[in-house]
Design a protein around this ligand. Structure first.
Ligand SMILES: C[S@@+](CC[C@H](N)C(=O)[O-])C[C@H]1O[C@@H](n2cnc3c(N)ncnc32)[C@H](O)[C@@H]1O
Length: 302
């Protein structure tokens, strides 16, 4: 089966969806405002004759028109970080304030951790957790290259994350950028659909539910949790939200997103979800010429 066929009933323009999934992904970099400014990064790329355009919705994201993210000196210096356009959405939706304590529950290799650190102006604390030691080395090396000093890394299972080493108690905000079946990365890695099984989707959904529940528990009342994946599967998206809305004190919050998207779906394969999941946003590859993505913002109520 072509895995993507299962999403035809959800997609607004099926032909445009397939066309976009077959095209390769634009190369995008984020300006690391801990080490430089947007203007200096623009001048550095211009001096190297590297053509770029700034994305319409985020002035720190540049599309490189004929270059690879890591093939220039501003990247090596830590002024730039290669980050897919939609991957920059969740940290913007979490919207941290300087000085806050943030938990990044599934953090490696650190694109969003370092983006959160920059949004905090390298103040406060980002606890960056992952359970994969190899990917944690990449996370460490990215924080080092980007000159980040407010990140503490923990190697553990997000589902049983311990607050003990960080005695100030709960977080102000948490991000769960969950491990997933990665269908939305098909433009970068066309093989991703070859090993797809419904058993894997169901297995990973159980990890996602556990990590998101722990994030709500570890965040203070009135705090914010963002849940994101790069998959289209409602089992890993709306069904996870539906489960956590039922199990933990939280509600879905509306948020603005200046990118084309559709709303979360309330029914899938005979199951009905809490209507509030419509507050989540689905981004399909043809909407903005990006990868596929899913993002929801939760307010912690107890
Ligand atoms: C989508 S990736 C995260 C990408 C990362 N947020 C970034 O922007 O660079 C999901 C991550 O979850 C990690 N992971 C998988 N199961 C986990 C678990 N039970 N606890 C913590 N991390 C887990 C994987 O090792 C992987 O690095």
């Amino acid at each position: 089966m072509n895995v993507l066929e299962r999403y035809e009933p959800l997609v607004d323009d099926v032909e445009a969806f397939y066309d976009a999934c077959r095209r390769s992904l634009p190369s995008v970099v984020r300006v690391n405002t801990i080490k430089t400014t947007v203007e200096r990064a623009k001048r550095a790329l211009a001096a190297e004759d590297i053509a770029f355009e700034v994305t319409e919705w985020n002035p720190t994201l540049f599309r490189l028109l004929d270059d690879q993210p890591g093939a220039n000196w501003p990247y090596v210096h830590g002024w730039l970080h290669g980050q897919e356009e939609v991957s920059a959405v969740p940290a913007r939706v979490l919207d941290p304030d300087p000085g806050e304590r943030i938990w990044d529950a599934c953090a490696a290799p650190g694109s969003k951790t370092t983006q959160l650190a920059a949004l905090l102006g390298d103040t406060g604390l980002v606890v960056a957790t992952d359970n994969n030691l190899g990917r944690i080395s990449a996370l460490r090396s990215n924080t080092e290259r980007l000159g980040v000093t407010n990140v503490a890394v923990t190697a553990e299972d997000a589902r049983t994350h311990s607050l003990k080493p960080f005695p100030q108690a709960e977080y102000d905000r948490a991000l769960v950028d969950a491990p997933c079946s990665c269908e939305g990365t098909v433009r970068k890695n066309p093989d991703v659909l070859e090993d797809w099984t419904v058993e894997h989707v169901e297995g990973i959904a159980s990890v996602q539910k556990g990590a998101l529940r722990r994030a709500v528990q570890a965040t203070r009342e009135g705090g914010t949790v963002v849940y994101s994946t790069c998959t289209f599967a409602p089992e890993e998206n709306e069904a996870v939200l539906d489960h956590v809305l039922d199990a933990e004190p939280c509600r879905i919050e509306p948020f603005d997103l200046p990118l084309e998207h559709t709303s979360g779906v309330t029914a899938w394969h005979g199951k009905q979800f809490d209507p509030a999941v419509q507050g989540a946003k689905r981004i399909y590859p043809h909407h903005n010429d990006t990868g596929g993505f899913f993002c929801a913002r939760l307010a912690v109520t107890g």
